[in-house]
Design a protein around this ligand. Structure first.
Ligand SMILES: Cc1cc2nc3c(=O)[nH]c(=O)nc-3n(C[C@H](O)[C@H](O)[C@H](O)COP(=O)(O)OP(=O)(O)OC[C@H]3O[C@@H](n4cnc5c(N)ncnc54)[C@H](O)[C@@H]3O)c2cc1C
Length: 416
């Protein structure tokens, strides 16, 4: 007997995709298929060999791999079909996908697609780092994969570039593999990750150099050193056998960029409304693809939330619909230099209890100021805030649009 038509296809078997899949099944959606390009499902946590994962979802603390296994197990028990070693190579209009797997290239379709392909760190090429091109320059994801999945040690004494949370978790990965980093560099005057993350560098005997930037990488076959420059323009060489480029996350949105979906230039992910709906209304997006970067638990929650929107949509109960037009939606805009991005970028009306409750914002640099939502010259929302790079700021959508009379709202941050 032929299998029934697929109701929802999910691109990516990370926390967001698997959580969405389980929620869809729980809400009675018959056929849910998750496509994953890796040989195993579970997403990034598969190679984060450290805790804490899973407290929000399972009320227990797991390591990344344990958490990934639990996600997969839960999805399979719920009746989700997971196809691994299957890469979506093209996203086509009206919920059609082109796939590549060991059986060749095929096209499949569903009633809706949930796009949940996560984030990646910015590689060397996109950071425009000068110098030679020796072996030993990698991102944290590659380090974790070497250490936890392949039991390999790509270097012994690397320099770590960056001070985001993932940079400190990279120290943990290094310790696990007997790797001793020689230095951690931060171009600004403060670590990006919240205190006490930076204490971890000190406990691990990794010197943290603030106001210091990487100028060039040196080495022939393997990295032999890096040249760094401090705030006074003084350069020096630090000997090391590897360079770990951490953070600077960017959504894995290639399918959208190369296809027909509108990409928001600030988040780097697809443009969405509060239901996670993309510019092609048969596509929804969830998890870290929406913006760089949140934790696994947050992404899991977004998967769950977007699945709920998809169920409402399939039942014809989402206020937004396939035929929605510019008149029943509000476009959010911002010209403030310090606002790095905001998400969602569109709010469909009427705003109900379904979907995202907040506009998420990120800022470029540390500052104190007043965050406002403006409808022309009317101030709909104002709050004094101290903002930091890479830290989430939330505005309630309900509050922001309560007295809105137009189709465009501006987000403004006035520095004090
Ligand atoms: C190096 C690194 C370390 C991190 N460390 C932590 C941490 O310690 N703790 C934490 O909470 N968060 C961490 N994160 C954040 C991480 O993104 C989240 O934990 C979580 O994995 C996000 O879930 P997701 O489902 O949105 O994306 P992901 O977990 O990234 O899952 C997306 C999945 O989509 C698949 N995929 C992508 N494109 C395609 C395609 N075209 N076809 C088929 N499949 C595709 C990918 O292979 C992947 O499995 C880290 C992120 C990175 C990059």
């Amino acid at each position: 007997m032929n299998k029934p038509e697929i109701d929802v296809i999910i691109i990516g078997a990370g926390p967001a995709g698997l959580s969405a899949a389980v929620e869809l099944k729980k809400q009675g959606i018959a056929r849910v298929v998750v496509l994953e390009r890796e040989t195993q499902a579970g997403g990034i946590p598969r190679h984060c060999g450290h805790p804490p994962f899973g407290f929000r979802e399972f009320s227990r603390v797991y390591t990344g791999p344990q958490y990934a296994r639990k996600l997969v197990e839960t999805a399979l028990q719920a009746g989700v079909e997971i196809r691994t070693s299957t890469t979506v190579v093209q996203a086509l209009p009206n919920a059609r996908l082109q796939l590549s797997s060991e059986t060749g290239v095929e096209e499949i379709s569903a009633k809706r697609i949930i796009y949940a392909s996560g984030v990646r760190e910015t590689p060397r090429s996109a950071r425009l780092i000068s110098g030679t091109r020796p072996l030993g320059v990698i991102n944290t994801g590659a380090l974790q994969s070497h250490v936890y999945l392949k039991q390999r040690r790509p270097f012994k004494h690397p320099a770590i570039i960056g001070t985001e949370l993932v940079s400190f978790s990279a120290i943990q990965t290094c310790r696990h593999a007997g790797i001793q980093p020689v230095v951690m560099l931060e171009a600004t005057d403060k670590p990006v990750a919240r205190w006490p993350a930076s204490l971890f560098a000190r406990f691990s005997k990794v010197p943290l150099y603030l106001n210091t930037k990487l100028i060039r990488i040196e080495g022939d076959k393997q990295v032999e050193g890096i040249v760094v420059e401090d705030i006074n323009g003084v350069q020096r060489t630090i000997n090391c056998d590897g360079v770990l480029l951490t953070g600077k996350f960017t959504p894995e949105s290639t399918l959208g960029r190369c296809g027909h979906l509108v990409i928001d230039q600030n988040t780097g992910g697809p443009q969405v409304n509060q239901f996670g709906r993309c510019s092609d209304p048969t596509y929804f997006a969830a998890g870290n693809l929406l913006r760089p970067v949140e934790t696994a638990g947050w992404s899991w929650k977004e998967g769950h939330q977007v699945a709920n929107c998809v169920v409402h949509d399939l039942n014809g109960k989402l206020p937004d619909s396939l035929e929605s037009n510019a008149e029943n939606q509000i476009q959010l805009l911002s010209k403030s230099a310090n606002i790095k991005f905001f998400m969602p970028q569109l709010i469909s009306l009427p705003h109900t209890k379904v979907g995202m409750k907040h506009i998420q914002l990120r800022f470029k640099h540390r500052a104190t100021g007043i965050l406002k939502v403006l409808d022309g010259s009317s101030v709909l929302y104002a709050k004094r805030l101290k903002v930091y790079p890479e830290r989430r700021v939330l505005i309630s959508i309900g509050e922001a649009i309560a007295d809105c009379h137009s189709n465009r709202l501006e987000l403004v941050f006035e520095e004090l």
